[in-house]
Ligand binder design. Sequence first.
Ligand code: PEP
Length: 263
Amino acid sequence: MAELARVPLIAGNWKMNLDHLQSIAFVQKLAWSLKDARHDFAAVEVAVFPPFTDLRSVQTLVAADKLPIGYGAQDVSEHASGAFTGEIAASFLAQLDCRYVIIGHSERRTLHGETDEVVAAKSVAASAAGLVPLICVGETAEDLETHGASAVPVSQLAIALEGLQKNADFVVAYEPVWAIGSGQAATPEQAQQVAAALRAVIAEKLGDEAAARTRILYGGSVKAENIAGFMRQPDVDGALVGGASLDVDGFSSIARYQKHVGV
Ligand code: PEP
């Protein structure tokens, strides 16, 4: 498969943490911390995923101070508009200059019953609105025992990609459910093995060019102390970080992995 330069992405999923006032303080501090450390944003992209109610504040701050930090939402409706109480349309997120939206996080799948088909429909809706879907896939501990590591994420991704155009810009996050919030991360070798299998699915569904340019992140108990191993893997192009993204210094340190790990 042709090698294309993929800019690594370090993404922070805040989940239901930090209100709009806290989000302003956090993003300001994060930008200062990275600027102080002379972080090269062109070499490693940094993005945060605050709750919906923070997005307007983050947009205003990022635009006013021209901060080189990306942001996106944690979910989106598959519908364009209408009687869907509580839902948020992709076009609304685009209006707030969101670049990304997380789709199919395991907490949405398990706590809100999101199926692979819903994930696929949301990915299409996001892409049609000009957003970059960040599609999450991953196996449970039970799946791992029964089917091995790759089978479930591979089948989840195959369905999620069904409606996307060949030239769609999207990101995949491989997040083993057993590693999320558990403190027990996958090994870099496990992450690489699944990431390579996921890249093969992209090639099969959307072609070699899409597979070569699409970033595949690892997520699940990533912290400053273990990011290095993941980033050394050829098919791992960044990380989706939950708990450790809520600490400015820790998240900034993860984003600056090149400085402290010698990759
Ligand atoms: C997540 O929820 O996407 C995640 C990776 O969480 P954590 O880093 O806390 O395991």
